[in-house]
Design a protein around this ligand. Structure first.
Ligand code: ADP
Ligand code: MG
Length: 257
């Protein structure tokens, strides 16, 4: 098996919305264990790319490969089972559930706590439930000790920055191979951005591949190993942060300096 094979690959992805081309012939390879940033002005097609990777949208043409296998036709749930986890642009929590419950919904059943087990194998059911709860707590504490302490509060009671952390914990709870984050730093304070950055480095150190959309150039340049630049649905540059920063097309269309 070739260990250089990308964990994720887009092959000539195109997405049209009633004739409007949001993404055009976009190809990219995401190396395993890397941190890749996707940047570009508003409306460039960044979120569309993420929706195609996670299965929220079907491409008009092109393919999405995971470890070399075509997963273009798979529904989102099966992509999660394969290890593709995401967060959205803007908070998407269950506000009336506790922090812990929000993470528990994403915990894959170690031993499965289904109805059959609950009725006929109550001990196995309780053990599976305990394991899920322990796993949810460990995801919360991996993201932040303060989140762990607030596990039993309702999600909507938490300040915005903490809610975003709950989403990270929920994504982690699916035991992802690839973590896809749409503008994770938006709305965060400088201190929270630093914490996010160190969290993502810890994630990558564990071999989890990170792909993020981000507007904070300081964060992108310090964190990402590779940067992909989209403009009007087209990839205009790709490379290391240093390479991309010097690219005349990128400067003209995006960095604006
Ligand atoms: P970005 O995330 O880079 O800001 P998006 O991928 O969200 O950009 O959007 C790219 C373009 O596609 C935008 O012009 C947007 O208006 C359009 N678009 C996105 N989703 C839809 C949709 N569901 N229907 C119609 N147009 C869409
Ligand atoms: Mg977007």
């Amino acid at each position: 098996m070739n260990s250089d094979r990308p964990v994720l690959e887009a092959k000539e992805l195109t997405k049209q919305f009633s004739g409007f081309v949001a993404l055009k012939d976009f190809s990219v390879q995401i190396p395993k264990g890397s941190i890749t940033a996707v940047i570009g002005p508003n409306g460039a097609g960044k979120s569309t790319f993420f929706h195609l990777v996670t299965g929220l949208h079907a491409p008009t043409s092109g393919k999405v490969l995971h470890n070399g296998e075509d997963m273009t036709a798979l529904p989102p749930s099966q992509r999660v089972s394969r290890g593709i986890a995401r967060t959205f642009q803007g908070v998407r929590l269950f506000p009336a559930m506790t922090v812990l419950e929000n993470v528990l919904v994403a915990c894959r059943g170690q031993g499965r706590g289904g109805v059959g087990n609950a009725l006929f194998r109550p001990r196995a059911f309780r053990r599976a439930e305990r394991q899920r709860i322990e796993w949810a707590y460990s995801c919360l504490s991996f993201v932040s000790p303060s989140l762990y302490r607030r596990a039993n509060e309702l999600a909507f009671h938490l300040p915005y920055g903490e809610q975003r952390r709950v989403e990270l914990a929920r994504a982690l709870a699916t035991q992802p191979e690839v973590l896809i984050l749409d503008e994770p730093a938006a709305g965060l304070s400088q201190v929270e951005r630093k914490e996010l950055s160190s969290f993502l480095e810890r994630i990558a150190a564990r071999g989890i591949t990170v792909v993020l959309i981000e507007h904070d150039m300081r964060l992108v340049m310090s964190l990402a190993e590779r940067v992909v630049v989209l403009n009007h649905g087209v990839k205009i540059a790709e490379g290391s942060p240093a390479e991309v920063r010097q690219d005349p097309q990128v400067i003209a269309s995006y960095l604006g300096t």
